[in-house]
Write a new protein. Structure first.
Length: 371
């Protein structure tokens, strides 16, 4: 625990030393922690908390130089003589109340939640400095007495922090023998086949679906389940065993839908897709939530801008004449050739008897054709 650094000048009576543990104490806050708990805490100022079993919890500010009078002030607040209340941390000559870790954290949280401590300490320091400069007895004349009914926030009931009572009256909690709650010995485990699967869970149509793969077609119609139960830390969910057939096997597949409104607020919003471990056991189906699966966003197809499109040139149409001129030329050639053949044949047939002097037929035909 922290060392407050106080020295006590009062001597405790023999009756106080031999009495039972006090039911009131003063908790001195470590200055180093105080600076972190209260933003803007004035330098040189201290804080203590006075608590008793009747429900009193009062925040008391004081200056470092008031060590000699602070215990008298605590005695006035607790309405007990010096030595009849304990202190924490340990102060030489005073009974000590050692706080549990949870109790000390509760006190520090109460200090952090207070909204007026910094302002109260700053006002106290101004009055204290003025009294010292003027040579006044601050403890008698200028020590402020706060009206706690006006919402100063310096007095709360002890029960809001933790109940204070005699340590002698506390009973130690008996340690539970055997396995912790939620576990059963192996000898008590009921016989029956258990199956463990790695599946996925995702949000679809207002339901949390548990199946193998959202990217594949469903192998069956989903089974809608409403009778579920969550573990206290919401890390897994229980589904009744009769959701599946009694002879169900992993080869039979599994598609289970749970309405999203049955999950804790915000769970379905942050659970687009995640891994789950499913244990199918004789006493139920247990689904343990795993890590979220990052699904890359599919890029939207780019739309073509009509302004950027280049019109294609229309293919030139072939004219009818260009399509037919080659066959016509061929036909015309055949016609001319036939005409010449006919003329030659007729000329040859009308010739008189051959002359003694042989003349080439070609030249004769040409000579007869001349006018």
């Amino acid at each position: 625990m922290m060392n407050s650094g106080f020295s006590v000048k009062e001597e405790l009576s023999e009756n106080a030393a031999g009495s039972a543990e006090p039911d009131a104490f003063a908790y001195f806050v470590d200055p180093a922690e105080l600076v972190q708990l209260v933003q803007g805490w004035p330098e040189g100022m201290r804080l203590l908390l006075c608590m008793d079993a009747a429900g009193l919890c009062e925040f008391v500010v004081f200056h470092n130089d008031e060590e000699s009078v602070v215990f008298d002030r605590v005695a006035d607040i607790l309405d007990r003589p010096v030595g009849s209340f304990a202190v924490s941390p340990e102060v030489e000559g005073h009974p000590t109340r050692r706080l549990l870790f949870s109790e000390e954290n509760a006190l520090l949280k109460a200090i952090q939640d207070s909204k007026t401590l910094e302002e109260t300490a700053a006002d106290y320091l101004i009055n204290y400095s003025f009294a010292r400069e003027e040579g006044l007895d601050f403890d008698e004349l200028m020590r402020p007495r706060f009206d706690f009914d006006e919402g100063q926030g310096l007095r709360v009931t002890t029960d809001k922090i933790f109940p204070l009572g005699s340590r002698n009256g506390r009973k130690r909690r008996k340690l539970r023998a055997g396995p912790p709650e939620g576990y059963v010995p192996s000898a008590e485990v009921t016989s029956g086949e258990c199956y463990y699967l790695s599946l996925e869970m995702w949000l679809t149509g207002g339901r949390m679906r548990i199946a193998s793969d959202p990217d594949q077609p469903l192998p069956m119609v989903p089974t809608l389940v409403r009778d579920i139960a969550f573990r206290d830390d919401f890390a897994s969910v229980y589904i009744p065993r009769d959701t599946l057939a009694s002879d169900w096997r992993p080869k039979d597949n599994m598609v289970i839908d749970i309405p999203a409104e049955l999950f804790p607020a915000g769970f379905s919003d942050s659970c687009q897709r995640r891994e789950v471990k499913v244990a199918v056991m004789p006493r139920g189906i247990f689904v343990e939530f795993g890590a979220a699966i990052d699904v890359p966003e599919q890029p939207e197809p780019e739309l073509l801008d009509p302004a950027t499109l280049t019109p294609q040139a229309a293919a030139p149409r072939k004219s009818l004449w260009k399509s037919l001129h080659i066959p016509l030329i061929a036909v015309a050639g055949l016609g001319v050739t036939g005409l010449f053949s006919t003329i030659i044949a007729q000329t040859t047939g009308n010739d008189p008897a051959p002359r003694v002097t042989a003349t080439p037929a070609v030249f004769e035909s040409v000579a007869q054709m001349q006018p």
